[in-house]
Design a binder for this molecule. Sequence first.
Ligand code: CP
Length: 295
Amino acid sequence: MRHLLAIEGMPRAEIEALLLRAEGFREGRNSERRLSGKVVGNLFFEPSTRTRSSFEIAAAALGAHVLNWTVAGSSASKGESLLDTVRNLAAMGPAVLVVRHPSSGAAELVARAVKCAVINAGDGQHEHPSQGLLDAFTLKRRWGSLTGKRVAIVGDVLHSRVARSNLYCLRTLGVEVVLCGPATLLPAEVGRLGAKVTTELDEALEGADAVMMLRVQRERQTEALFPSEREYHRRWGLTAARAEGLKSGALVLHPGPVNRGLELAPEVADGLQSVILEQVENGVAVRKAILEAVA
Ligand code: CP
């Protein structure tokens, strides 16, 4: 694998090989420092807690030197362009650049401009492939097999790169995906994404083996797309009562950061059905597998 830019179009065998390798890391079976002597650059043009930290921990565990770059304190804050920034950093010889950027397509643009491997750590509203892989990994560890399972992805689908990567990843692995949210937060092309679509949360939750709640991305909303936060929580939030009505054994996921009390009730986020911190824990193993595959 040369880069990891998107899950869309990734062959099932390639996804499964990454998940298998990640399982080895998760079980502590792969301890080789395969990136010894190499540099991994973390380039985050947007804030991050989970993704940046877990790529850093994963790269360090594989023996790499990690360069943590952020806009603040760099010449990007003086107006240096994305391409000038990455070409200059690439000239210092990193093996991998991990790139998060607010513009869809930014990671692909970077991959075309540099010789090293590029990992998309989230580009605008396009994709967040390592999140899609770690979510599939989390479900696979819980269930053994994903085939025939049903997963509801609920909320701000319009702005969600997590929803897209999960949809492509889960469908490729044989999962039936249901997308749900207010009509104003569903993309115009939603009917062509290959998932069942509904604006009714109770319909989406019916028979779901897992529910993936999406963060309402207030920072990407330039106009009011739902009447009020209270109304959103009432109609599309996973409340304690709705969580109680889920199929027995159903799991609750969220990529983080969680808007507590908006898309997800705090007691559900912290409850027994929640695998949110398992997702974060598994992210390190999955990112080790990704780094190893591209470096
Ligand atoms: N899930 C996720 O991308 O979280 P961060 O923004 O904290 O990296």
